[in-house]
Design a protein around this ligand. Structure first.
Ligand code: ZN
Length: 339
């Protein structure tokens, strides 16, 4: 894949700052976007580079989905407060990677409906969202030793707050990823599987052999004091673990969870009004009803019952009060141990 991608045309994206210069720089990734209200206009994605001499490079991103807020909160804060003299090496901070989606408060881009985290490795001659993915794939990931991409549930899901990595074919790389998850120090640490990993940033970064950490830190289209604090502490912990910041990670105890198979995901087979019978973090047993879905067009009709397929704890749930058929309704994780 990497060799073939070298044949692609140059990216139209240009940074307004020098990515190799020592010091703290605040600028943009400028992506030309000609449109009705701005003939030679651009999408301007904020970026901060903090560099101090030789050392590892960290790539930190939030706003891959535009309605997830812990990452942007932690990364705008880090960009404002991180001093060059604290750093050994280099930190790229992109608090809102899909900036058009972030500005709109939506998961996908209002420009092209692009879901950035299903658009990797992207295309230099594609949509705005595909151009962002292509630039990050070809110009940032190869420079990075460790990559942290913040996610949360967005407007439609709510999660237990966890940092996560995936099971990988390369055992040594997998161990480095889970060591980094442990260093992040979220209340929960997850060995995560994906419903469909095609097009994900995670997959591209992992295929390039990098240390990759992702998160799911609550959701519902907002952040809480607790979840923002987890994100702010976690990113500094990870930079300490990478040797970019001095000191040891400031960790409280983390509970390890596992997603053993696709049976952990539950999807609504009816539409209607959700009545939760279990909350996040509660134990559930295989076959147990964790939510009812009440029909909303008449009274007197029995609700549908949503049963979970495995024993475990409720790790994620649908957030809005109304559910559509096919929506992810509940995710169950099992007790795990540090891989
Ligand atoms: Zn996300």
């Amino acid at each position: 894949m990497t060799a073939a991608r070298n044949d692609l045309r140059p990216s139209p994206v240009a940074p307004t700052i020098d990515l190799d210069r020592d010091g703290v720089q605040h600028g943009h990734l400028r992506l030309p976007y000609s449109r009705d209200d701005s003939a030679w206009g651009s999408v301007m994605i904020p970026i901060c580079v903090v560099k101090n001499g030789a050392g590892p490079t960290a790539m930190l991103t939030g706003g891959n989905h535009g309605d997830e807020y812990e990452g942007p909160v932690a990364l705008f804060d880090l960009a404002r407060t991180l001093r060059a003299e604290e750093v050994s090496g280099r930190v790229f901070i992109v608090p809102a990677m899909n900036h058009p989606a972030f500005r709109a408060g939506t998961r996908t881009s209002p420009i092209d409906e692009g879901n950035l985290n299903r658009s990797f490795p992207g295309r230099p001659d594609g949509t705005v969202t595909e151009k962002i993915a292509d630039y990050v794939t070809r110009h940032f990931v190869p420079l990075a030793d460790v990559v942290l991409d913040f996610h949360s549930g967005g407007r439609t899901l709510d999660f237990l707050p966890y940092a996560a990595a995936h099971a990988l074919a390369d055992a040594a790389q997998e161990r480095r990823c889970f060591d980094a998850v442990a260093a992040f120090g979220a209340p929960f640490s997850m060995r995560m599987i994906e419903i469909n990993a095609v097009g994900m940033y995670d997959t591209i970064v992992e295929e390039l052999g990098k240390v990759f950490v992702t998160t799911e830190l609550r959701g519902g289209g907002t952040a809480t004091a607790e979840s923002a604090g987890i994100a702010k502490r976690g990113v500094r912990n990870l930079l300490k673990h990478a040797g970019i910041l001095k000191g040891r990670p400031d960790k409280s105890e983390s509970r390890w969870l596992d997603m053993p198979s696709s049976e952990c995901f539950g999807f609504a087979e009816e539409e209607g009004l959700v009545e939760p019978l279990k909350d996040l973090g509660e134990s559930v047993a295989r076959g147990e009803v964790v939510a009812r879905i009440h029909p909303v067009t008449r009274t007197g009709a029995a609700p549908a019952e949503h049963r979970v397929a495995i024993d475990g704890v409720l790790a994620a749930r649908h957030f809005p009060g109304l559910v559509k058929i096919g929506d992810c309704l509940a995710v169950v994780a099992t007790a795990g141990s540090r891989p």
